[in-house]
Every structure is written in C-alpha cells, then in structure tokens.
Design a protein around this ligand. Structure first.
Ligand code: ADP
Length: 391
C-alpha cells in the first residue's frame, strides 16, 4: 500500500518557501539557493502523489530550479529583493490561472431541473433582487446556503442561477482547494473573489463548505481556519464594494449539522434541497429520458418505487441510463460485434430502439441503490425545523 504524504509535504513546502523568502530578505544568497532547491525537490515528490496535478507540480519544480540558479548570480541585496518580488508575481499568476480553471460556462436552465418548485422560486427571487437596481436600504443576500442529501441538485441549481444570468460561474470544491493549495488556500480565496469581481456578474459556488468548520474536526488545520476567515472577510467586504457588481456566493453542504455559528450567521438564507417526491421523480425521469418514447411506461408506479427507495436526482439519472441501456442491449444484442467496423461504416448504420417499457426499469430498480435511509432524512428534516428556511 502506498502512503499519501501530500499533506506533510505541503507543510514542508510552505516552510521551505518561507525560509527562502527570509533568506532573500536578509541577502543570504547561499541559503536562499538551498531553500529554492528544497522547494523544487518537495514539489517533485508531491507530483508523485497527485496524478491529476502532476504536470502543474513539475512545472513549479522547474520554476524553483530557475529561481535557485538566478539567486546564485545576484550579489546585491536589492536585486534579490526584486527576485523575490518576481517569484511572488509568478505565484499570483499561478493562483489566477487556477482560479480561471474553475470557471465553467453554464448553459443550464431552470427548466432542466425537475421538481424543487419552491426552491427554484426562492433562488430566482434572490438572483433577481441581487441584480435589480434598488435603493441602498434594500440589501440583497450576499450568499445562499443550499443543504440537503447528496445528488439532489444543489450544483445544478447554482449552475441554473449562473446560466440564467449569463454570469461567470466559479465551481469551487473546498476539499480540492485545501489539498491543492494547502498553506496558501486563503490567498486562493482572495484571488478567487478578486477575479469574480472583475468578471462580474459572477456566481461563486462553494461545494462542501462543511470542510471548513470547527465542528467537523476538533483539530481543524491552520490552513482551513485561514481559508474560513478569508472567505468570511470577502463576504463582509463584498457589501461595501460597488453597488452594481453582482458576486453571489452559493455554498452547499450535505451535512448542515456540521456547520458552526461563524458560517451559519453569514448565511441567513438557508434553503433545503430535499429528495424528489413522486411528481418531481416523474419530471426528473422525463428530463433524463429525453426524446425516447415513454407512452408504454407506468411512470407513476416507477416514481412511487423511487420515493420508497429514497432516490436522489442523481440516482434517478443513473436509473434512466440503466433502463435505456437495457432497452438498447435487448434491441441490439450483438452490438459489440460492430466494434470491428471502421468509423465511416458505423456512421451509416442506425441504432435500433423501441419505446421504453416498465420491465427495462424493473432490472435497473434492483441495481440502483441509494445510500440514504429514513433515519438520514429525519435528520435533515429536524435540522430544517431548527435552522432552515424552506419547508
Ligand atoms: P448535489 O450538488 O446536490 O450533490 P448535483 O446537482 O451535482 O447534486 O446533481 C447530480 C446530477 O443529478 C445532476 O447533474 C443531474 O443530472 C441530476 N439531478 C439531481 N437533481 C436533479 C433535479 N432536481 N432535476 C434534474 N436532474 C437532477
């Protein structure tokens, strides 16, 4: 078994970088060079643990090797100071390019979301009020907290809000920011909000906000603590900025009971995104089946079964995909044999399909399992009663 050392390595990197900066400040060239090489070595080690970000780590490692070489030929303290400044602005560029990677274009429309009528209305209302010209005394919500079981459409709602406003959509997963930028995540958050203001109107979607709370882990790392305070400061600062700049933060969590007062107080508007009821299940199934014929399906019976099984919107999507595949395999039993044919030949052939039937779903209903139970749902409902806004 390989042991993931990325956490300790990140700490070691932050330490080496700080020592490099101290050495540069003191004009201690030899030590600065040593520390720059140490940074590079740590980054190379880190690249081994994080497949996804390997190239980025290797690029940074090369950059630190260049810094080490440059430091060697500079003897005058002021020049090394300039050098350190360049390093910083390089890093700023790194943050910026990472933040820009978080931007996604959202084409999601409110009509792509099945059910959740009340939730959609509350969200639309908030988005509209934030965008409208209004007297100073009317303060829009700075952020909304979306909470509920996993897969119920929280990300989808945020995408629809961005899609409807044609806003820049920043999709931020808290755990990824924390692991990727560790000691520097709070700088990341500042850069994020500065780019969001530049590219306004913007929607900043912060998923898994519970990762930043004290309640979840007793020894919340220093990094998470700093990210949280930067986030809250950005939140408070936003109100003072130009009135016509729309930067709306939508935060999401599957475990609202983990949130502490610091976060809850910044999100007075808390919206429960529940599991779909029968009517919503039918709508979500129809959205996922698209233009296939559903006239032979007993959608109500399927929806009743889905509610009994505590299916989320995501489970329903998987269910529909499975059912469609059952139909396709039945109609095209030797589909795999066509794999021998060249692409041009395949393009001239047509997949056989037929209207979906309830039996296609019966198999799928057996296979798709929700991780939730009645007890889990009761836990959400209890929290809503105490802290939520909707239902
Ligand atoms: P969450 O953020 O709550 O975990 P997501 O928004 O990521 O859930 O939902 C995952 C996927 O499930 C969506 O991309 C969508 O395909 C489907 N889905 C979930 N809820 C709905 C819904 N209410 N209407 C339509 N599709 C849904």
């Amino acid at each position: 078994m390989t042991v993931d050392l990325s956490g300790p390595l990140m700490s070691a990197f932050s330490k080496a970088k700080k020592e490099f900066e101290d050495a540069v400040r003191k004009g201690d060239i030899e030590n600065a060079k040593k520390k720059a090489l140490e940074c590079s070595r740590i980054l190379r080690q880190l690249s081994k643990y994080d497949e996804f970000n390997r190239n980025s780590y290797l690029k940074k490692a090369e950059k630190w090797e260049r810094i080490a070489n440059d430091v060697k030929i500079k003897v005058v303290t002021t020049e090394t100071k300039i050098d350190a400044k360049e390093t910083k602005s390089d890093e700023d560029k790194d943050f910026r390019s990472y933040v820009e990677e978080l931007i996604s274009k959202s084409n999601v429309k409110w009509s792509d979301i099945g059910g959740l009528e009340e939730v959609k209305k509350l969200m639309m209302e908030t988005v509209v009020i934030s965008a409208l010209k209004k007297p100073k005394s009317i303060q829009p919500w700075k952020g909304i907290l979306l909470f509920g079981p996993p897969g119920t459409g929280k990300t989808l709602l945020a995408s629809a809000a961005a899609g409807s406003l044609k806003a820049t959509f920043f999709n931020v997963k808290t755990s990824t920011v924390l692991s990727k930028y560790f000691g520097e995540s709070s700088k990341m958050i500042s850069t994020l909000y500065s780019v969001a203001r530049e590219k306004a109107p913007s929607i900043v979607f912060i998923d898994e906000i519970d990762a930043l709370t004290m309640k979840r882990s007793q020894d919340l790392s220093e990094a998470s603590r700093r990210v949280l305070s930067t986030l809250l400061a950005e939140f408070d600062g936003f109100q003072d900025k130009k009135n016509d700049t729309l930067v709306l933060t939508l935060a999401a969590t599957n475990t609202p009971w983990d949130l502490d007062e610091a976060i809850l107080s910044r999100f007075p508007r808390r919206i429960y995104v529940p599991l779909p009821d029968k009517k919503a299940c039918i709508e979500i199934i129809k959205i996922n089946i698209g233009d296939l014929d559903t006239s032979k399906l007993d959608l109500l019976a399927i929806a009743e079964e889905c509610v009994k099984k505590f299916y989320s919107g995501r489970d329903l999507k998987i269910l529909c995909q499975e059912a469609i595949w059952n139909m396709i395999r039945e109609e095209n039993p030797k589909l795999y044999e066509l794999a021998e044919l060249p692409f041009e030949e395949l393009k001239n052939r047509t997949l056989k399909i037929r209207p979906l039937e309830t039996r296609d779903f019966e198999e799928a209903l057996k296979r798709v399992k929700s991780p939730l139970s009645k007890k889990d749902i009761e836990k959400y409902e209890k929290w809503v009663e105490e802290y939520g806004e909707y239902q």
